[in-house]
Design a protein around this ligand. Sequence first.
Ligand code: F6P
Length: 470
Amino acid sequence: MSRLVCVSNRITLPRKAAAPGGLTVGILSALKRSGGLWFGWGGETVDTEPGEPDIHIREGVTYATIELRKHDFDLYYNGYANEVLWPLFHYFLKGMRYSHEQRDAYEDVNRQFAQKLMPLLESRDVIWVHDYHLIPLGRSLREAGARQPLGFFLHIPFPNIEMLRVLPSYAELLRDLTHYDVVGFQTHNDLRAFQSGIEQVLGKEAMRGDGRIRVGERWVRAEVFPIGVDIDVVREEAVAAVGSEVVRRMSDSLMGRSLMMGVDRLDYSKGLVERFSAYQHFLEAFPENLGRITYIQIAPLSRQDVKGYTEIRQSLEQAAGRTNGRFADTDWTPIRYLNRNFAHPVLMGFLRAAKVGLVTPLRDGMNLVAKEFVAAQDADDPGVLILSTLAGAARELNTALLVNPYDYRAVGHAIQAALSMPLGERRERHASMMQVLKRNDIGAWTRRFLDALEQSAQGESRVRAIANSG
Ligand code: F6P
């Protein structure tokens, strides 16, 4: 039996508040099923030479955390990962700031990950690397002698070559991805974008009709694996949390008003400023809703040392203040805007209590909150999901109310349509989305990716055996 080794930039230790986002949910679910090792940065920076990995074992999962030097971390995480790759991959060129220093630190930290991981590896391991922080890790591991099957999954969008070309080292980035045996993307759009880059760097002849890429003697499988949610866990958490004190306090405070919920990490890609404008437009266009709806936006702070994030925070505070200043009454606040995180079950309880879920990112790899909102609903009386066409989830959840997040009028009208949607239509839309979620839940995502990795590893040894026998 192989052992699963997941690697990501940040890891969530048991009993610490889970970092929001699909990555943690996905990795934990994969590891809880099969056991294995989760390796990554533990969240601490140091001024001296980082020590050896810290090891914790909990419920069949081994957590190995490393420290990073503060200077390296600033350049690698705040810098290259979040001031270069994140804005570029989300098509926000305005926020991108490239420097060679950052790029060198990115390479160097990836090498540090490989050096610290190598002694922990066993020959039967299958290694699954997650997200844009660690694109060169596959190459670094191979250079350090790792022979195990290597997979990579990108949780965020992949940009088309015409956008990617802005990056001075775009060709190296694409070549780095070909060091993996399997490269996974959230949507067909992302896969096509990756293929557009590969064609340019390796030539059309490297691409096979079945989507595989020929790199020297090896094959790389590039495929779509849309991440899903654990429907049963979300439903159980949501049902249990509705009776909890924190969700009851929130529900009681609504005084019978309809609840609209948004839950997003505070990030400019989430479209919160545009969402607040759309809500303001909705209140202007449909004044019969004044005093009858409460919009709660939960937006935990993130990446606060990156300039774009401090700017967006200020803009949002102003936007929320403007709307509340203009429309609030002595007994009603139109927007409740909270920069704090809640435990996952509590969030699921909030989502279940909402009549409308507002998920309008300007660009998003998948967006699991959209899927969680659907899974958390009461099927007999479900709330309505308003979803951005620019989120990966819109490819699958096509019976949500789909909106262009930049079109504040369309979003405002969708809010009105959601609030007045008849029960029959709400049930139909919800049932059809649930079918999609069941077909492609988090277990299916894990199985499909790991099967592809196992198969490609066997395929590669066949290719090698054929090559050697010739
Ligand atoms: O999904 C994108 C992602 O960057 C994940 O890699 C990460 O777990 C999550 O968002 C939260 O980001 P950060 O670790 O930068 O707070």
